[in-house]
Design a protein around this ligand. Structure first.
Ligand code: APR
Length: 251
């Protein structure tokens, strides 16, 4: 971590916080690539997160997303989400760009979060794309691996699908454009809890670096960093971010 100091964060005019599943791990939400536990262990998440999988077996895919939505509904933001929300009060401008489909950033108080991969809470009709409001109570905590028939659209009776971006689908245009703009114009980008495997989202930290920002990777294990202005902070997000915030606040 030599080189990066909290004063860089304190003096930054525009900070981007780019998050992946690791920021929600300490809220009890399994990360995308953790070996899926229980009945999901036999499935490859990437094979479930596709339109083809949904068309082939809608009840299986819908059941998986309802299992994840139930986990999110019963989870609470952790200290990392809270520190990110708090940091927005400490710097002139802060943009949160997330790959996560949960709403834990919003529930911690972050505003105007850019969701590059959609949201579990934004279901829509697979056929006519009409939004479909879901009950805030998932059928009693579906078991991992439980198949659940998707609801039908109230307008065209097509199947309702999760409001997430599946492999092979394009990212929401406005969120992507705004994320690119933030990456190009920020002074410092914190990349928190992401494996950086999935394009094009994984480009965001690299774009910030190319445009002259400092980039700090916060992950359980040190990230390989090259070149100047790139740093790694190894540790749990719920521990590292509050520590950074305390340093920025001069505590
Ligand atoms: N603190 C910090 N980092 C953590 C923590 C933690 N407590 N727990 C796990 N991590 C790190 C892991 O080391 C890993 O690098 O979080 C990362 C999670 O990686 P993935 O599971 O690949 O999740 P993510 O990077 O968000 O995946 C990106 O892939 O499949 C798509 O749409 C899916 O949005 C997802 C995207």
């Amino acid at each position: 971590m030599s080189g990066f100091a909290a004063c860089d964060l304190r003096d930054a005019g525009h900070v981007v916080v780019f998050t992946g599943a690791g920021v929600s791990a300490e809220s009890g939400i399994p990360t995308f690539r953790d070996a899926l536990t229980g009945l999901w262990a036999r499935y490859d998440p990437a094979a479930l997160a596709t339109a083809e999988a949904f068309e082939r077996d809608p009840a299986l895919v819908w059941g998986w997303y309802e299992w994840r939505r139930a986990k999110v509904l019963s989870a609470a933001p952790n200290a990392a989400h809270q520190a990110i929300a708090e940091l927005a009060q400490r710097v002139p401008k802060l943009t949160v760009v997330t790959q996560n489909v949960d709403d834990l950033h919003e529930r911690a108080g972050s505003q105007d979060v850019l969701h590059l991969h959609g949201s579990l809470h934004a279901s829509r009709c697979f056929d006519c794309a009409q939004p479909h409001e879901l009950p805030l109570l998932v059928p009693e905590h579906p078991e991992a691996g439980q198949r659940i028939e998707p609801p039908l659209c109230r307008h065209c009776h097509g199947m309702v699908r999760p409001g997430v971006v599946w492999f092979g689908e394009s990212l929401p245009e406005l969120a992507w454009e705004r994320a690119l703009e933030a990456a190009r114009s920020c002074d410092l980008l914190l990349s928190v809890g992401t494996s950086g495997l999935v394009q094009p989202a994984a480009e965001i930290p690299r774009i910030a670096l190319r445009h002259g920002a400092q980039v700090v990777h916060i992950n359980l294990q040190p990230e390989p960093v090259n070149g100047i202005r790139e740093y790694t902070l190894a540790g749990r997000a719920a521990q590292v971010l509050p520590t950074l915030l305390a340093q920025v606040s001069g505590q």
